[in-house]
Design a protein around this ligand. Structure first.
Ligand code: SF4
Ligand code: SF4
Length: 275
């Protein structure tokens, strides 16, 4: 059975996959696999962009997504007469049987099914099954990905990578066939600044602990830019302590349950000289 595998470390947000999908399906009738996608309002493959942190500690994450061709697909459960799973794992909506079946749109927990008002039809990614059946090795989106971030193939051939991969919305229990490597986690980034000397501070020891239990997560030294980046953090509350000889210890708390945190100028004060 086939799987899609995204390596998000390699995704540069070029949108080639999204554009190739449009090129293949907008205005093209691939009956009985799918009727034409309308010009606007549908994204069978979509690249979402998320800007995290704040200047100068900024990172842009890209998340391409599509129908997950789930093994326990809620869309099939809702309308087994109109949606089916092929032997290769792809889930297809039958355009004839699904006519006027608007309820199908809400059955997908991923929002991967769109309503075509003009045709009165629910529509979604077909995995370019019409091309695969015509001898293509992969769908258009995969063919268009020039960084190798998106691959498609037999599940067994990706076994080692799939063991490390994640899926979207695992709590939905749908057993997706679209997997993700290197899904971004949270980060905390700071720049230590000597306010009296008006310069960044290199070599300060920065200790990150979980707020609850005080377990040490990581210890870093600020680099030549005064920066310390703590990457791949689980969403949680953390306590940060900064120490360097000649400076007063600094402590602060960060909550990264909802978003990444960045401090452009964390002020370090020198130990007062006794007169
Ligand atoms: Fe069905 Fe949605 Fe799963 Fe695709 S992602 S198979 S549309 S439930
Ligand atoms: Fe990312 Fe590849 Fe899609 Fe470009 S084509 S956005 S690199 S997955």
């Amino acid at each position: 059975m086939k799987v899609f595998l995204y390596d998000l470390d390699k995704c540069n947000g070029c949108h080639n996959c999204q554009i190739a999908c449009k090129d293949e399906h907008v205005g093209n009738d691939w009956s009985p696999y799918a009727l034409p996608q309308p010009d606007t309002g549908q994204f069978w493959c979509k690249v979402d962009e998320e800007v995290c942190g704040s200047v100068p500690h900024v990172r842009v994450n890209y998340l391409p997504h599509q129908c997950n061709h789930c093994d326990d697909a809620p869309c099939i459960a809702v309308a087994p007469e109109a949606v089916h799973k092929r032997d290769d794992g792809l889930v297809l909506i039958d355009p004839d049987a699904a006519k006027d079946l608007r309820s199908l749109v809400d059955s997908c927990p991923y929002g991967a099914i769109f309503w075509n008002e003009e045709l009165g039809l629910p529509q979604k990614c077909t995995g370019c099954a019409h091309l695969l059946d015509d001898g293509w090795a992969e769908p258009r989106c995969v063919d268009a990905c020039c960084t190798g971030a998106l691959r498609f193939g037999e599940e067994e051939d990706f076994a080692e990578e799939l063991a490390r991969a994640e899926v979207l919305l695992p709590q939905a229990g749908t057993r997706p066939r679209v997997h993700y490597l290197n899904k971004p986690k949270r980060f905390i980034a700071i720049t230590m600044v000597d306010v009296e000397g008006d310069e960044v501070v290199e070599g300060a020891a920065v200790t990150l602990q979980r707020a609850e239990g005080a377990e040490t997560v990581s210890v870093l030294a600020t680099d030549e830019f005064g920066d310390a980046w703590f990457e791949n953090l689980a969403p949680d509350c953390y306590r940060l302590r900064v120490q360097k000889e000649g400076y007063l210890d600094l402590a602060c708390s960060f909550d990264v349950t909802e978003k990444d945190q960045a401090v452009a100028e964390m002020r370090f004060y020198r130990v007062p000289i006794a007169i």
